[in-house]
Design a protein around this ligand. Structure first.
Ligand SMILES: [Zn+2]
Length: 263
């Protein structure tokens, strides 16, 4: 079996690895774009890991309810993990040190099936519960998800463009980049297209658009910006609820030192 990716709308995805492990990323399945969110949550029998990029409601989403039922472990930075337990009651025994990391560290998970690296994102990460002041959620992140028998995926999380995105592809050959481009709260199509150029993935999947009227960046505008830059990446706009097979890895993660010194 190939790696499978399901888009639930907004920034919410499911990954199923060739070995059958199930990962959710920013699982807000009850978002306004996905009519079947509640039914889909009920239908999730197995979830091994829930990966969160930051603490805002549109990313934390339904993660605690799903975790309580499926026993999924939380993959997040130290600060976000602490906030998820303290504010939202994420089960502590499912958010322990083995799945908690921080920037630059590589987490080997699920017996080597998945390796997750946290990279920075320019955004906020306040964790909020109605009626209480915001709780510190640490620095927001992007996620590099390397699947042992599958592709390496870079999910930018919510972010602006920043030049250090170029470092991602110096350490990982990115097969699939899941990039925010809806504008207003994140980079829009123009800046997102420049981010794609910095990362140089084979395939690009847009996220974080159309959910709210203020998110004005469209896939068409993004496509036009990629064309202007003569991007080699294949743009794949997923429909909400759609599942697709991801291409296999372009190359394995190299342990060779980077040829060019950083200056
Ligand atoms: Zn967001």
């Amino acid at each position: 079996m190939e790696t499978q990716l399901t888009y639930y709308g907004h920034a919410s995805f499911k990954l199923v690895t060739p070995r059958g492990n199930v990962l959710l990323i920013d699982p807000w399945l009850t978002n306004p774009l996905f009519e079947n969110g509640k039914a889909e949550i009920d239908a999730l029998e197995r979830v091994d890991l829930i990966l969160l990029t930051h603490g805002h409601f549109d990313h934390v989403g339904d993660s605690v309810a799903i975790a309580k039922r499926t026993k999924a472990k939380l993959v997040a930075t130290f600060d976000l993990s602490a906030a998820m337990k303290a504010v939202h009651g994420y089960p502590a025994e499912q958010a322990d040190m083995d799945t908690t990391g921080h920037f630059g560290g590589e987490l080997g998970l699920l017996n080597g099936d998945v390796t997750v690296t946290f990279v920075p994102a320019w955004h906020g990460s306040a964790v909020m519960k109605e009626g209480s002041p915001p709780y510190y959620g640490g620095t927001p992140s992007g996620l590099i998800i390397a699947i042992a028998d599958g592709p390496t995926i870079y999910d930018t999380g919510d972010t602006d463009l920043f030049s250090d995105m170029a470092l991602v592809s110096r350490y990982h050959a990115i097969d699939v980049m899941i990039v925010c481009m809806g504008d207003h709260f994140t980079m829009g199509p123009r800046r997102a297209a420049d981010a794609v150029q910095l990362v140089d993935p084979r395939m690009v999947i847009p996220q974080h658009f159309s959910t709210f009227p203020v998110l004005t960046g469209t896939p068409d505008a993004f496509r036009a910006e990629l064309s202007k830059r003569e991007s080699k990446a294949e743009l794949r706009v997923m429909k909400v609820g759609e599942t697709m097979q991801l291409p296999p890895a372009r190359s394995r993660i190299s342990n060779e030192p980077i040829g060019q010194p950083l200056t």
